[in-house]
Design a protein around this ligand. Structure first.
Ligand code: LMR
Length: 397
């Protein structure tokens, strides 16, 4: 029959953890797998600002007809200002434009197809390690993938290794950089490091693709945009993928954007014509609901203030969980070994635990994390930090 030769492939290693965790009957289990924020009640809440914006939309929205290929202009403007700054010269000069996408992942896939179709022959450089879906998206788009070192086997940031590799990259290649809250490691570049990366990007004439999935979860909404705005100010051309999944809690509503910065307004129009064309073959026109929520929030000063406060609550809770876990590990003589958890940023920590230790944690203590040793710190239950630390100490013996 037609389907007889179709084999089964393994499930997604990150999303699969959600299912495995849900099926574990142990009431004392820990979900440190997929990158979702959890509050003190262990829930991934819908922010109040989102609820209010949704109520407004239910009341005022008059149609569900298609939106254009680039999505809702009000969303495009709002997200561009959030990323590039309210007073961005690029936006005023009409040199930056956003295309609404189904989540940050959709923006990445659109970028990959854009590179494959409009910049043929260009390879992309990914950090080693990176989010596994970066690897598969560019492979699916048939863009050649190379890697630059990012974190070494000592679980430390390797900026010199990164710069050395990028200095050898073929001119014109694309380099994917994580704006902040590096996924999976949680190690971010310092301002000085970013300046050095910028120098190499200029010298090798590389095209940066900045993946900005966690704005507000590192040091703050404005602070986290520092590197992206530096590159936008210093370079004539740039691709930015932005996600509203985490900072607006809109995970399942698939809300994101690909923001392109070009040399001129005219060139931007050319590029956007290509993007709309590529998107038409991927998802036709983008989903509306999440983007309408974001545009409503960012377009209303009161809702925007409420939302910014809610992001700050999530950010500071994650920071407290980081220091809390290091404190809880201290009585086990593990403070120094895991001090990096307190220094990393965002939801994730590359703990340095081996795949074997990770599977011991899962099998004997119902602690779920990615086999690379990546833990979603934002999923930790603060009232059970001691139990988590005890489990980690046991597998480290
Ligand atoms: C993660 O890395 O856990 C998140 O970005 C969710 C995902 O889609 O993998």
């Amino acid at each position: 029959m037609h389907f007889d030769a179709i084999a089964r492939v393994p499930g997604d290693p990150i999303l699969g953890l959600m299912e495995a965790y849900a099926q574990d009957p142990n009431p004392c289990k820990f979900d440190l797998g997929v990158g979702v924020y959890k509050d003190a009640q262990g829930l991934t809440p819908i922010p109040q600002s989102v609820k209010l914006a949704e109520a407004r939309l239910v009341e005022r929205q008059t149609t569900k007809t298609y939106i254009g290929g680039h999505g809702e202009p009000a969303f495009g403007k709002a997200i561009s200002e959030l990323v590039l700054g309210a007073n961005s010269a690029l936006i005023s000069a009409q040199r930056a434009g956003a295309t609404q996408t189904p989540g940050g992942t959709g923006a990445l896939r659109l970028s990959a197809d854009f590179i494959a179709q409009c910049l043929p022959g260009r390879g992309v450089w990914l950090s080693n390690p990176t989010w596994p879906i970066h690897e598969s998206i560019f492979a699916a788009a048939k863009v050649k993938v190379s890697h630059y070192p990012y974190v070494g086997s000592d679980n430390r940031l390797d900026v010199d290794g990164m710069l050395a590799a990028l200095s050898q990259a073929p001119k014109g290649d694309v380099v994917l950089l994580h704006a902040c809250c590096h996924n999976p490691t949680g190690f971010d570049l310092s301002h000085d490091d970013w300046q050095r990366v910028l120098d190499v990007v200029r010298e090798r004439e590389l095209l940066p693709l900045i993946d900005f999935a966690y704005q507000g979860f590192g040091d703050g909404l404005e602070q986290d945009a520092w590197s992206t705005r530096l590159f936008a100010a210093e370079l004539p051309e740039l691709l930015i993928t932005s996600s509203c999944s985490k900072n607006f809690g809109l995970y399942r509503d698939r809300t994101g954007a690909l923001i392109v910065c070009a040399k001129s307004a005219d060139k931007l129009t050319d590029i956007r014509s290509q993007l709309a064309n590529i998107a038409r073959n991927l998802w036709s026109t983008p989903p509306d609901h999440g983007a309408a929520v974001v545009a409503t929030i960012l377009g209303d000063p009161e809702l925007k203030k409420l939302w910014a406060d809610e992001v700050e609550t999530m950010r500071s809770r994650i920071a407290q969980l980081r220091s809390g876990l290091v404190e809880a590990l201290a009585p086990h003589g593990l403070r120094e070994r895991f001090a990096h958890i307190g220094e990393q940023r965002g939801m994730f920590s590359y703990t340095g635990l081996s795949p074997e230790q990770v599977s011991n944690l899962r099998d004997h203590h119902s602690v779920y994390m990615v086999s690379s040793g990546r833990a979603n710190v934002a999923g930790i239950d603060a009232t059970r930090l001691d139990l988590l630390a005890e489990a980690i100490a046991k597998v480290c013996k």
